[in-house]
Design a binder for this molecule. Structure first.
Ligand SMILES: [Ca+2]
Length: 316
């Protein structure tokens, strides 16, 4: 018993080289999955009465969909000063959600009505509608497919013409599901997703649903009323300015940000309040803890007390 307790004591004081190496490998792997950074490029006003659910830019024109029954609209917004150019009220029974544009079609999701509404882009006249299963939260589109979120960890893929579902993507991060996916933006081979009730935008592979990185926008000034529903929601890619416009529900500003997905921008470190605020930092802490546990387990498994302690035991 005494020898065993001595051996156990040795593992807590002396690290075997293999254990140290393993720990370093785990620590290094944790530093690879960094949080994305950003640079704030421009700020313009945003209608504080707009419960933003969808945001998209097409050919230098910005469109927005808003929610809440009796207040849901599809709108066109000036990208110069954020002013309202025109709007169309949705039926009072609809709670508007995300939106996307395909050529001259504007598609607007409804939350629980099981419908996607289609409007003519230049008249805002409703042209048709499509049935969907379940809830509608966010939407974006590539040339050949539409992506729809429903607040879960699943993204549905719809045909651009029929809006029939063709398949789905499960969004994961290191085999853990990523939930509450909301407003979306499709750019290149990636899907950018607001996470409901968080300041995060997740960057997701459109190929396999794997989380690539996460952007923490908690330092952007948000809504002014203190209402907890005033969360970040709304992301649109500005092709001309090569940045993302972001805003939130009832936010009074919109922000153009340049995204640094590899966290190579030192400025971002100044933007973050605390390293413990970011998902990546939390992940690093988790992995560091795991590294310590693995170190301990390997040392116990190897069961090799240091020479000094072995000598002490032999002397006994
Ligand atoms: Ca969008």
């Amino acid at each position: 018993m005494e020898r065993r307790s001595d051996d156990m004591a040795s593992t807590s004081n002396v690290l075997h080289p293999a254990a140290i190496l393993l720990s370093l490998l785990i620590m290094l792997s944790s530093s690879v999955s960094a949080t994305a950074g950003y640079t704030l490029v421009s700020t313009i006003p945003h209608d504080g009465s707009a419960f933003t659910q969808g945001l998209e830019i097409q050919d230098g024109r910005m469109f927005e969909s808003t929610g809440l029954r009796g207040h849901s609209q599809v709108r066109e917004i000036s990208m110069e000063d954020g002013s309202l150019i025109r709007s169309h009220d949705l039926n009072d029974s609809f709670f508007g959600e995300g939106m996307t544009l395909i050529d001259d079609r504007i598609l607007v999701l409804t939350w629980k009505a099981g419908l996607i509404l289609e409007f003519e882009r230049d008249t805002f006249n409703q042209s048709t509608h499509y049935d969907i299963e379940g809830e509608g939260w966010g939407m974006c589109s590539f040339e050949d497919r539409i992506i729809v979120s429903d607040g879960t960890n699943q993204l549905s893929i719809l045909d651009v013409i029929t809006l029939e579902p063709t398949e789905s993507i499960q969004v994961t991060s290191n085999n853990s599901d990523v939930w509450n996916l909301n407003e979306l933006e499709c750019v290149g081979d990636k899907i950018y997703a607001n996470q409901w009730m968080s300041p995060f935008i997740h960057v997701i592979s459109a190929i396999d649903g794997e989380l690539i990185t996460t952007l923490d926008l908690s330092n952007l000034p948000s809504g002014t009323s203190g209402d907890t529903n005033e969360v970040l929601n709304g992301i649109a890619w500005d092709e001309e300015r090569q940045g993302f416009w972001v805003t939130g529900k009832n936010w009074t500003n919109m922000y153009l940000i340049e995204l640094h997905e590899a966290d190579q921008n030192e400025d971002q470190r100044d933007v973050e309040d605390s390293p413990f605020d970011s998902i990546a930092s939390k992940k690093s802490l988790l992995l560091a803890s795991l590294a310590i546990l693995v170190t301990f387990a390997v040392a116990v498994y190897l069961n090799q007390p240091p020479p000094s302690l072995s000598a002490y035991n032999e002397d006994e």
